[in-house]
Design a protein. Structure first.
Length: 337
């Protein structure tokens, strides 16, 4: 009887792929390992939320003006603490914090080469009803001199400069999905062993999909091009109508669409003319993953990864998914404009 080949763990995979990193010092490998450790701690907190009195709101708002959930605070503190203690980053920017955090790795040591931008708990408003949530991270190589304090410009880089990005989805199973610019790979957490195993190698968006994900409750506030595209999706013609699926958690909607084929849309509205999703914490990392998985990411008119950031909490309209579907929404946007 042929013996089954065991799946590689995330740690083994990182070591095996070390040579693929542009800057092969081992520091980036340690950084990703650090993120996986923090994700296990957050996963445990989420799984125990109902019995550990960590459901519900804290009672104050974050820098975005959104009500913070207790698990938002726990996830934010967990990732910041984990990244701060391992001498792997010189700075962290979190969606939950007003400004970036400078990390000093010992009095006499040089600062790290990398900065991390993170959305510690995306979709946290869903946590009280046991719906999947996630973490999104983005990693850049700093552009200011090593050994000097990290600066705002180290974080305000175009998405094309990312050296790694990924997300963790806390759902029916917990998965860590990431890219270093060499394709996208997904790892599933085995809770009995406490390890992530390569379960989804070389993930790809199907070129064509049949799912569209958007909060249609805001239909009346959408730009005309988006309204026209939704009608297009609902027409009984050719391979349509498409199926509408919207969880309200970017990580979960994105993850489903990458596996099954589809488009995720969070356009501007009359109330939010610049869109609502954050360019640096959500759109850039998801756009990097999208392109590495053969898909396309756009603000409706321009490639997301080419947008020039001007502030940490900048927002943008966001469309990503199967390339042919994003091409079509761009056509509708151009015609309506």
């Amino acid at each position: 009887m042929k013996e089954e080949k065991s799946l590689p763990t995330l740690g083994e995979f990182i070591i095996e792929k070390q040579r693929d990193f542009k800057y092969s010092t081992g520091e980036l490998s340690r950084l990703i390992s650090c993120l996986q450790i923090a994700s296990k701690m957050v996963n445990r907190a989420i799984n125990k939320a109902g019995i550990a009195n960590v459901l519900g709101a804290v009672g104050n708002q974050n820098v975005q003006g959104e009500e913070q959930q207790k698990l938002d605070v726990i996830a934010n503190e967990t990732f910041i603490k984990s990244l701060s203690q391992r001498e792997v980053v010189c700075g962290i920017a979190s969606e939950e914090n007003d400004t970036f955090i400078e990390i000093k790795n010992g009095e006499n040591s040089e600062l790290s080469k990398y900065v991390v931008l993170i959305d510690p708990l995306d979709g946290s408003s869903n946590i009280d009803v046991n719906v999947s949530v996630g973490t999104i991270f983005s990693i850049y190589r700093r552009i200011t001199p090593e050994g000097t304090p990290v600066q705002l410009e180290d974080f305000l880089q175009k998405g094309v400069n990312q050296v790694a990005a990924g997300y963790i989805v806390y759902g029916s199973s917990t998965m860590l999905v990431y890219t270093t610019g060499k394709g996208v790979n997904g790892f599933t957490l085995d809770p009995s062993l406490g390890s992530y195993y390569l379960s989804h190698p070389d993930m790809k968006f199907p070129e064509k999909g049949k799912i569209y994900s958007i909060n249609e409750g805001n239909y009346i506030k959408f730009p005309q091009g988006v309204k026209d595209y939704i009608k297009f999706c609902q027409e009984e013609k050719d391979d349509r109508p498409y199926t509408s699926r919207y969880i309200g958690s970017l990580v979960s909607d994105f993850h489903r669409n990458m596996i099954k084929g589809g488009i995720y849309m969070y356009p501007s509205t009359s109330q939010s003319p610049n869109g609502k999703l954050r360019l640096l914490y959500e759109c850039n990392p998801m756009a990097f993953l999208t392109e590495q998985a053969g898909g396309k990411a756009s603000n409706g008119f321009q490639r997301i990864l080419e947008l020039e950031p001007t502030e940490l909490h900048q927002r943008t309209p966001f469309f990503c998914g199967s390339s042919s579907m994003v091409d079509t929404i761009e056509e509708f946007m151009r015609k309506a404009k």
